[in-house]
Write a new protein. Structure first.
Length: 269
């Protein structure tokens, strides 16, 4: 279920190996990269060929399984033409191959995936901090099949679970997901207040989905990542919920999240 590449040796990849991740050894192809990226993008990342093709190999390996959680150094910044810190957009690649939507849950808006969405027109659901990303109106004016949830600062487990439960209820399989850990209340740079319990709840929701592919994005700090990922895996495997601090949201946050869900229900998606 957990995948990375033997080439990747940062603390995130090493944490995954500690948790039993398989280290892919294959090399991918530029043809796979061209399925989602332009020749302009390929020219820009050509000097990092080994890493790009390693990332493509992990995405191919993920598709060989019904369920995979993988890390390739982050991918949601990799767009049609520009890398923006990502060398291959594995989630967009898998969505193209499977005819699926991409769901992004992260403090940041997935600008690279958005750029590919505008060209390839796969459905996109973005759950992100409204303080750090574009407005709902901006996305609806330009996107093709897009649901936007610019979550207000101060949101925690309740609001994120509410949105994700709605999204999973309207999407078919397989699920393709960008998952960031910087929405966690202990993230040193954030203003969102999700606890380990949300990740456990997400795991429980995913347990009933036969096929899903999760690209690990924005891992936050080593402590946050290991604890939250462990909670996600615990929910998937039917384990006990984590003992963690829970944040009480304000009424204004709950009202705004309710409004975003009502807007989403009006869309044909």
């Amino acid at each position: 279920m957990l995948l990375t590449h033997k080439l990747f040796n940062d603390w995130v990849a090493n944490t995954l190996r500690e948790l039993g991740a398989e280290a892919v050894e294959a090399t991918g192809t530029w043809d796979a990269v061209r399925e989602v990226h332009s020749d302009l993008f390929i020219k820009a990342v050509k000097r990092r060929e080994e890493e790009v093709l390693a990332a493509a190999a992990v995405a191919e390996a993920a598709l060989g399984s019904d369920r995979a959680i993988f890390y390739i150094g982050g991918s949601m910044g990799a767009g049609l033409n520009a890398a923006r810190g990502g060398l291959f957009n594995a989630a967009a690649f898998i969505a193209q191959r499977t005819g699926s939507a991409v769901v992004s849950i992260d403090r940041h808006f997935p600008w690279g995936t958005w750029e590919i969405h505008l060209e390839r027109r796969f459905p996109l659901v973005a759950v992100y901090s409204g303080a750090d990303g574009p407005s709902y109106r901006y996305l609806k004016r330009r996107g093709h099949r897009v649901l936007a949830f610019p979550i207000p600062p101060g949101a925690g487990d309740k609001s994120f679970a509410r949105v994700v439960r709605y999204v999973l209820g309207i999407l078919g399989e397989p699920l393709v997901l960008h998952l960031g850990f910087d929405i966690h209340m202990s993230d040193p740079t954030g203003h969102l207040f999700v606890s380990d319990y949300f990740f456990y709840s997400l795991g429980k929701m995913l347990a009933s989905i036969r096929r899903f592919y999760i690209s690990i994005e924005c891992p936050s700090s080593p402590r946050v990542f290991k604890s939250a990922l462990g909670s996600l895996l615990g929910g998937l495997r039917g384990g006990e919920p984590p003992v963690s601090e829970r944040y009480e949201e304000g009424e204004e946050v709950e009202r705004e999240v309710g409004r975003l869900i009502r807007l989403a229900k009006k869309e044909r998606f």
